[in-house]
Design a protein around this ligand. Sequence first.
Ligand SMILES: Nc1nc2c(ncn2[C@@H]2O[C@H](COP(=O)(O)OP(=O)(O)OP(=O)(O)O)[C@@H](O)[C@H]2O)c(=O)[nH]1
Ligand SMILES: [Mg+2]
Length: 223
Amino acid sequence: MSGLHNISVVIPTINEEKTIGEVISRIRKVCNAEIIVVDTDSKDRTRDIAAEMGAKVINEPRRGYGVAYKTGFNVASGEILVGIDGDSTYPPEIIAPAIEIMDLDNVDFISCDRMTLRTERNYTMLHFVGNSVLNTAIKLLFRYRMIDSQSGMWVFRKSLYQKMRHLSDGMSFSQDLKIEALKHGRLIEIPVKYGIRITKPKLRTWNDGFSNLFQIFVKRVRK
Ligand SMILES: Nc1nc2c(ncn2[C@@H]2O[C@H](COP(=O)(O)OP(=O)(O)OP(=O)(O)O)[C@@H](O)[C@H]2O)c(=O)[nH]1
Ligand SMILES: [Mg+2]
């Protein structure tokens, strides 16, 4: 159990009733954290399950992955912030070791890399190629070699988050967060075992892929 820090875990959700309970209980087993579920218009029992399990539930009517995270991080009380999907594909068990690495090695931001340990089952070739294109764009424009620029699980210091600017409201929030982390602090990636999504994704592979590529250029120009 990681007990030395105040930790806030933010989970954005839309219709994740099948998995949100498992995500929350896995978090509870490994750390004593404030858990904030930011929900947008779920038509299922996502909010009820999260509240029954003691999470703070915020109703965010505005659609957008980035909107949900900004709402959650803005009310989070922890000095360590964690972002994780509600679909139980990322391992909460990595939170405590990640914080130890941050403290030992003076790191401000840990991003969980799904690429190193990927298999054909948990990460499709299409997503792999798309992710590689986006990683290459970041390498060319920001001179940093990222293994998984699209990862949706991070553990980082709130003090770093407070320095970040121009974070997107949509799916490109995730890459923006890492680019801002590189600008203002020390980021490393650690490999994690990614699970298989058993429910419907919200990510629209082609639309969000092209939009994220465009947003990397926008971010470079705004720098
Ligand atoms: N509140 C809120 N949550 C969202 C929104 N879009 C996505 N989410 C949640 O954000 C998390 C990430 O979305 P996913 O659909 O899992 O996207 P992804 O992980 O890139 O795609 P997969 O790898 O296919 O799962 C999930 O918990 C979603 O329910 C949104 O507009 N608002
Ligand atoms: Mg997901």
